[in-house]
Design a protein around this ligand. Structure first.
Ligand code: COA
Length: 330
């Protein structure tokens, strides 16, 4: 017998320091008008030199646990979705579990870039649906500022740092997750990547000199992929949930670029008033974008008991994923 599973608490955290488009104008050859017109981004939060991603994870997790009224000892699994872990190993999830006092939890990191939170909640929900675990903490967190080439105007203006967390537990029958879809196509892996520092290109003075430890991206290819996959994935999960487009009360898309969101929403035919957008204040926080938006939507009263929530992500891998859930929090 499978349990109904849902999100019973959310939390988010972004570092204090804000970097505006005006600040970027002093760093690279760019301007506020270009950034706003091409991306919709006005400012982003940036972690300071002493702040690793695990710190952002911890802050978001504390709020999510409080919101869910769950004690750290109840957590049986911690999943951290990130491509900017504290270290290659040990897993950031293990460090966060320790800091939280989640003594009874297994812990692992998950690498699906901007789709990481969707991969994370989908994985978590399977453990809870089958009764293997009762309480799973999923965190999407990123400090992309630490792997950006701050001399490359085509990428450094796009991203920001942050973390969002969700507590996954059994919920009232008929509520919670209704459908999932996950996908990957490694043939597009080179389109958005950090190529240095792994086993293919271990760190050497040469990899450093070639800036292989920073993010590289083929922007227009990723753009086309994003618009196509966002619409397709959304339609698939709506259908798998047995719903129609009009049944969706809130759509939280991955917050990469307002033009990607607008084009996908137009294709989908969802009322733009039902789409949650906060990328103007945060930029693209990769795996943290969807959970931070979810937390803001939940705390801001945009999600009511019984609402049908659609979330869709896409990103490096290439990866994509979507889910529909019936909101179970009162
Ligand atoms: N400021 C000013 N000019 C810039 C700039 C910046 N920050 N970045 C690039 N430009 C310039 C380019 O050099 C180019 O100039 P040129 O025509 O003289 O060569 C011009 O602007 C147009 O560049 P282009 O790359 O064609 O712009 P675009 O309309 O495709 O927008 C992106 C670029 C990156 C905003 C867009 O491709 C995009 O959003 N892609 C998806 C990225 C993404 O979301 N990635 C994460 C996925 S999870």
């Amino acid at each position: 017998m499978l349990h109904s599973v849902g999100i019973v608490g959310t939390g988010s955290y972004t570092p204090e320091k804000v970097l505006t488009n005006a600040d970027l104008e002093k760093m690279v050859d760019t301007n506020d008008e270009w950034i706003v017109n091409r991306t919709g981004i006005r400012e982003r939060h940036i972690a300071d030199d002493k702040t690793p991603v695990s710190e952002l994870c911890y802050q978001a997790a504390v709020k999510a646990l409080e919101d869910a009224k769950v004690a750290a000892e109840e957590i049986e699994l911690v999943i951290v979705a990130t491509v900017t872990p504290d270290f290659a190993f040990p897993a950031t999830a293990a460090l966060v579990a320790d800091r939280l006092g989640a003594k009874n939890a297994a812990a692992f990191d998950l690498s699906a870039a901007c789709t990481g939170f969707i991969y994370g909640v989908t994985t978590a929900a399977q453990f809870v649906a089958t009764g293997v675990y009762r309480t799973v903490l999923v965190i999407g967190a990123e400090t992309l500022s630490k792997i950006l080439n701050w001399e490359d105007r085509s990428t450094c203006v796009l991203f920001g740092d942050g973390a969002g967390a969700a507590v996954i537990q059994p919920v009232e029958e008929g509520y919670g997750f209704k459908s999932y879809e996950l996908g990957a196509d490694g043939s597009g892996g080179h389109l958005l990547a950090m190529l240095g520092g792994g086993s293919r290109n271990p760190a050497t003075p040469e990899t450093l000199q070639k800036k292989m430890h920073t993010l590289s991206m083929a922007g227009s290819e990723v753009f086309k992929f994003a618009v196509r996959i966002m619409g397709e994935t959304a339609l698939n999960v709506i259908e798998k949930a047995g719903l129609q487009k009009n049944d969706i009360d809130l759509f939280i898309p991955h917050q990469a670029n307002s033009r990607i969101i607008d084009a996908s929403v137009r294709r989908l035919g969802i009322d733009s008033g039902k789409v949650f957008v906060n990328l103007d204040r945060y930029g693209n926080m990769s795996g943290a974008s969807i959970p931070v938006a979810l937390d803001e939507a939940a705390r801001g009263g945009r999600l009511k008991y019984g609402d049908n929530l659609l979330m869709v992500g896409f990103g490096a891998g290439l990866t994509w994923g979507g889910t529909v859930l019936k909101w179970s929090k009162r």
